[in-house]
Structure formats: structure tokens, C-alpha cells
Design a protein around this ligand. Structure first.
Ligand code: COI
Length: 360
């Protein structure tokens, strides 16, 4: 292996206290985490240490100005019990695009791959049975103790993991945004950065008081559908699968979204990647042609949308007969866990023998 990543193992695993096949999303964390520091213009001090608290100065630049980026990834187990990592190349390139947009340094791809193989190899017993998965959260944040507004000179990069079920337990109800926006052209909508999520929370709190699970974010003129904050969106109208394009930088370039488009096209489904207006959705609904709406994302995989509210109009979308979205969910989970052939070259199997380092 190219990089030396020493391991400081935990003394006692927390695993016996966690029922990994019966967990909610985002509450339990595996035993170890990978850390690296960016100092004097280079990444150094690579290490795997027990998952635990990090200390920082109250003047830490991230806390004040939000210079931070993250990824969300998943590992599943194959029939040999080995963890399988999904689309690592796409995750690191998106992380580095987010970092560039936020004025942060890139993280080396080969170091990212090695760190993930070692970390997930070490905590392999934390990978639950499919469709649950080991969620992997790589993130990078500014480390300078400085409250002037500028890019930090120093950064920390961490990867931690934890067993998860799907993000949404039930079908989701969406409220169409009417007076606040998530992202506009020229902004940071495509970056996985903390502020993109923070800015949705107050409108989301209002929406959840009214019984909605998510807001369907719209373009700045409130005409075109963007995404729903935790997921990209797909619509099936009269047999055609439509998803908004990510080319104007307002929508996150979902890796699950991209995987679904690839799977659909390979199975001869018609996919249109094009702007979709709320007017077109309303018209399809009134004509009985709105067949399916679902969200896609790493955490959620597929989340069926049962209702979209636009002003006073409540569009109820039947949950029965959603063959295409069910197929996508099963096919992706099967590719991830090795039950379906990986014809797209998306999977890297963690080879346990090669990844364990001596504990120090
Ligand atoms: C993911 O799907 O992994 C995400 O990053 C969404 C997250 C904010 C829950």
C-alpha cells in the first residue's frame, strides 16, 4: 500500500451493544475513524483512531463561516461477507468539486481509496445485511483558529462510518417551495457543503409542523423543480421518466441519480433529463398521467413520494404499481451487495487480508 496509515485500535468494541440490522439512520457509529490534516500546503499525519470527540478552538473558522464539505456513501456485504464499496471515484471527484467551490484543498484520490479500504476493512463487522448498509461519512473542515473571513490555511479530513437503515421509513409528502429558495444559478447548490443544508432547516421546520417530510425546492422564479434537499427527484409522466438536469449548478449531482439513469438506459427505459415545470406536473396530475414520483439519494436509495402540495392543490400519487422505482431500488441494492452482476464497474470489494495494518 502506498500510504502509511497507522492504526490505533479501540480496546473494546461497541459492536455487542448495537443491533446493526435494526437501527435508524445516523445514530450509531462504528469503532474507528480515519483522520488527516492539511498543514503547510499538504495532507499529512494519516491515522486510524478510535471514533471519538474532536476538540477545537471557539475561534475555529468552520464554526463561524461554514467552510466545510462532506460526502455520503454506503458499503454493503457480499455473500462472502466482504464489504463492497460503491462508486468511490465519483464520490471523491464530487467531494473535490465541492471543496474547490468552497475554497478548500482537494484530497488525493488514491489516499481516499486506501483510507476507505483500511477503515471499512477494520470495521467490517459493522456492515449490516442488505438492504441496511454501512453509511460512510467523509468530510473536510477548516481548522484555522481565526475569525477573519478568508479561506483557512489548515484543514482536517475525517471519515467515520455507521450502520444505517434507509433514511425514510415511509413514503414522503412534499411541499412545493413558494417563497424561499435553496439555490440559484451562480450559488453553491451543487456543492455538498454544510450551509446548503442549514439554509433549508427553518423552512423545513415550518413545513414539518404542517405534516410535510420535505420541501420540493424550485428555481428562483418558482417555475422549475430542482430537488428536495436530501434527494434528487424523478417523475414518471405517461411512461416517460423525467429528472431535472444538474448542469446549471443549482442541483446536487446525485450519484444514485446517475446510477439510476444508467440502469434505466441500459434496460431500454426512456429517460428525459430536462427542466420540468410545476405546471407540467399539475397538468399531468389532472390528466391522470402522473404515474410515479420518487426521490433518489445515497441515504434514501428510493423514497416514494405519496403527495405533492402546491399552494392549495394536494396531488396524491398512488403507491401501488410502482414497478420502475421498485426495480431501481432492488437492482441498486443487488449490485451493491453482489447479488446482481456489476456490469458498470461500480464496486470495489474490500479485501480483508490486504487492508489490515498492525495496531500500534
Ligand atoms: C446522502 O444521501 O448520503 C446525503 O448526503 C443526504 C444526507 C444529507 C442525509
Amino acid at each position: 500500500m502506498k500510504y502509511k496509515i497507522p492504526v490505533n485500535s479501540i480496546e473494546q468494541s461497541k459492536l455487542p451493544k448495537v443491533d446493526i440490522n435494526n437501527v435508524p439512520f445516523g445514530r450509531f457509529y462504528s469503532d474507528h475513524m480515519f483522520c488527516a490534516d492539511y498543514v503547510d500546503g499538504e495532507w499529512k499525519d494519516f491515522r486510524i483512531v478510535p471514533f471519538g470527540k474532536i476538540t477545537m478552538s471557539p475561534a475555529n473558522l468552520t464554526l463561524h463561516y461554514g467552510q466545510s464539505v462532506f460526502e455520503g456513501m454506503k458499503a454493503s456485504k457480499n455473500e462472502k461477507g466482504n464489504p463492497m464499496l460503491f462508486r468511490l471515484d465519483r464520490h471523491i471527484s464530487r467531494l473535490n468539486n465541492s471543496a474547490k467551490r468552497m475554497g478548500m484543498p482537494e484530497f488525493p484520490e488514491d489516499l481516499f481509496f486506501q483510507a476507505l479500504h483500511q477503515l471499512v476493512g477494520l470495521d467490517r463487522n459493522w456492515v449490516p445485511d442488505s438492504p441496511n448498509a454501512l453509511y460512510i461519512r467523509p468530510f473536510m473542515f477548516a481548522a484555522d483558529e481565526f475569525i477573519g473571513v478568508r479561506s483557512s490555511d489548515t484543514y482536517r479530513f475525517i471519515i467515520f462510518t455507521g450502520p444505517v437503515a434507509s433514511y425514510y421509513k415511509d413514503p414522503v409528502k412534499l411541499l412545493t417551495a413558494e417563497n424561499s429558495i435553496r439555490a440559484a444559478k451562480g450559488g453553491v447548490g451543487a456543492a455538498k457543503t454544510a450551509g446548503n443544508y442549514a439554509r433549508t432547516l427553518q423552512p423545513m421546520n415550518e413545513a414539518s409542523k404542517k405534516g410535510f417530510d420535505q420541501i420540493m425546492w424550485m428555481s428562483a422564479d418558482f417555475k422549475y423543480i430542482q430537488e428536495c434537499g436530501t434527494m434528487n427527484l424523478f417523475f414518471i409522466i405517461d411512461g416517460t421518466i423525467i429528472t431535472p438536469p444538474t448542469t446549471d449548478g443549482t442541483i446536487l449531482e446525485g450519484i444514485t441519480r446517475d446510477s439510476f439513469i444508467t440502469i434505466l438506459e441500459n434496460n431500454n427505459y426512456k429517460v428525459e433529463i430536462r427542466p420540468l415545470s410545476i405546471d407540467e406536473v399539475i397538468e399531468a396530475y389532472h390528466n391522470g398521467k402522473l404515474e410515479d414520483v420518487f426521490g433518489s439519494g445515497t441515504a434514501a436509495v428510493v423514497a416514494p413520494v405519496s403527495e405533492i402540495t402546491y399552494k392549495d392543490l394536494v396531488m396524491k400519487i398512488p403507491l401501488e404499481g410502482r414497478k420502475i422505482s421498485e426495480f431501481l431500488k432492488d437492482e441498486l441494492n443487488n449490485i451493491r451487495s453482489g447479488k446482481s452482476q456489476d456490469k458498470y464497474g461500480w464496486i470495489q470489494e474490500v479485501s480483508i487480508e490486504n487492508t489490515l495494518e498492525e495496531a500500534i
